[in-house]
Design a protein around this ligand. Sequence first.
Ligand code: ADP
Length: 900
Amino acid sequence: MPGIKPSTSLTSLMMDKQDVTLTSLTQYARRPGATQSSLLQSARPAAPEEKRNVESEEKKTLPAPKKKRKKKHGITANLSGTRYEVIRLVCEKCKFDICKEDDPNSYLIWSDSFVSADRITELKPFQRINHFPGMVEVTRKDCLARNMMKIQRHHADEFNFVPKTWILPADFSLLQNYGKDLKAKKKYKTFIVKPANGAQGHGIQLFRNAEKIPPTEHFIVQEYIDKPLLLEGYKFDLRIYVLVTSCDPLRIFIFNDGLVRMSTDKYVNPADPNLSNLYMHLTNYSVNKHNEFYQKGDSVETGSKRSIRFLNEYLRKNDFDIVLLWRRIYDMVVKTLLVAQPHLLHAYRMCRPGAPAGSDSVCFEVLGFDVLIDRKLNPWLLEINRSPSFGTDEKIDFDIKSALIEDTVRLLNIKLSDKRRNYFAQKAEAQKRLFRTTKRNEADMTEIEKKKQSIEKRKEELREQLARVRKATAREDFENRNAGRFRRIFPSEDKLKQQKYVNIMSSIFGIVMSGRAPAMQKEIQKVYNNQFREEDILDLIAECEADEKDGKLGSKAARGPKPLSSMPISLPSPPTEDEFDEEEEEEDAEYTSPPGSPGLNRRESRPPSTKSRPGSLRPDSRVSNDASSLCNSRPNSGVSSMRSRPTSNMSTVNSRSKSLSRLHGKQSIMQRSLIDDNFLITVVKEREDELTKKTLQALNDMRIKFPGKTDQEAELILDTLHENWKFHKPRIASYWLVKLDSIKRRKVIDIVRSNVRAVLQRIWRISDVDNLRLYRIFTRVFNRLLWSHGQGLWNCFSTTSQNGSWETIFSKSSENICENEFNCCRRIVQLCRDCLLIVYQFAAEAKSSSQQNSETTELSSAGTLSSRDKASSALMAPHNTQTLSQRYSKLYPRADTTAT
Ligand code: ADP
């Protein structure tokens, strides 16, 4: 990657040029009372004010050199969200342009805090941000415990690396019973109580008697690992750095160094008198630095903070099996992230609908795993930090963290050309969309044409598959060459282990996703078990071509591309380099040509003749008012004719443009390309506007159906609920915000979502609506409605603001939303509101009927609850596909109009 010389280490940089900066940085940190900001200021270059003074002094003596304002053309990094100087130093070393402000269009965005789903949705494919949506499922202590417990129930032996945990107050009575059991057996255990969302050792307490632990909200209780491995008599834990570069598919790396954080009072077994000695029981730097015995290390071998490399050496010398230890740690890390995977994948796909499978991930994350090792060399996962500290108080911090960030940035493989690649991909996508609408009706086709179409379709699928396989191979190759001090632990090189992980992942999806699991499990086997090899796909493509040539289509066999021509057919005409002079002065050596880019191998990217280019449709394609027909003239349209007479006779345009392009040579080609772009954009826009209007119409016609009732009755129910709003409001709020869990809330929204998808499929005539801009906009609205445990939808019921607060998702967006698109969103919000009310009423009626039954069948109140729950989930849950799809179709009187 540009700017990083693999041979130069940051340490060497620190020792020479940056010496002053880093010394001051360390000194500031050592001075008591120095704040982080003062520390950072000291490390930053002189303020502009100071600089100006220096410059004016110089001017008096030296002739002012002619200043050239250099434009920034490089890879940009937005570091406004991070307070860590070391990240800035690494980015500078990589020759990134650091943005002064919060530039949302930067190539790299690094933030210390949580990043909203909206922000991730808005990212362009060439951007990278340092958090995944959904990672909270393993980075909050209570979420980690909850998710682990769920999986432990099915795989107790595989997931035995988390201390036994209780989430308060829900598990309070279980904890009490556990304490009583221990007492009865005359056993004594120690418990550690921690805030669910705490950090740096805040609020932690130890107890010897479980019965004395109060049922405090948002706390967790863990069994205390009371026989930790000791280092020179001190308890320690490990800070292990793990990098996730993608979740679709999952790729995990572990850094080969990290921190060993020691406590500062020698360890003795927990007993009542020492329970409050946190300098003995906790290993946090933030706690122990306050102890007078805390030692700042001058090397990695002394002091209260050491390196993992040192620990390995120490253990080896003391005859510990470190290979076994690290095998266990790798296994623990992979399994933990397998637990997170359903959440990561789901959240990522929600934020990035339409992103082709296997495409570069816009998210990455450096996680800090806190791991304790016991005397039997078992690793115990204490917690995972999603924003591990990159503070560099000591030299050891700087050495390890700077190398970590440098290798992370290298693995991200950010290239200047990514932006251009994105531009072409969007353009190709726009063309694809445009031409898709011209598909002929099957009924009008001859048998031969139908066969030809099916072979073409199959070939296109195979080409896409081939592109994916090649991309995966290229990625792996890149990782192997650029991993630096990282080691990839998933997918694993060890085939047996990989198979085991794939099976575990598959099982976890089954546990977490229930109804939707089979499809995902199939996908998992396909993606992670390397079922497709390049040669196999090439053979299949060759077979398709042979079918065509063997006359299976009749006498006139189509001339298809050779087997290696594996890229999509519909590609835009390549613009010249000049178009991008502004943006790109230097080109990356590792740049691999995107479809349609100037550096593309044309044999691979395009069919041999211009016949199959998107602009030159078959003569029998529909003309006149069909948008695509306008494009018949596109590749040959001349500059002047297009400008002066956009609607002029196309044949004249064609002939004129041919001679013009010959005359003007390269320049003319460039201009033509620009005009082509504008023309194409206009045509696509018009067509999209028209289809958006139709979508709005269809959405306005949609109604939420109450099972077993007519539309009028359903309307009446909605009216009644609104009329008695004061009465129903608290009940609906508690139903939506408290009683329904996140999965059920999502299912309510999914009732509307699945029908909206069907509308889009029908009107836009495509099966994969994820790629539609309009659907991406809708996804943001759906995400907003589910925001903050459903608060998003509940806000839409607010009477003070007619439309609730969902509209704000567009106020900060750089995207322009047209009126019809906005009205579609408004209608969707309305449908979701109605849907919640109907589901609520349905559940209420189910409850009252089950209560009536209970009088006769004497059901317990718990039974009544669960049957009510069943009723509501039966209405919503998509898992019982057969009956539910029938149910769904009942939900909408116009389901026939929404289905394709
Ligand atoms: P925080 O996020 O506040 O740092 P941790 O869960 O990391 O909370 O716990 C802080 C410290 O407490 C750990 O570094 C470790 O030394 C100790 N600790 C936490 N949980 C346990 C446990 N179950 N057994 C033994 N020690 C623990």
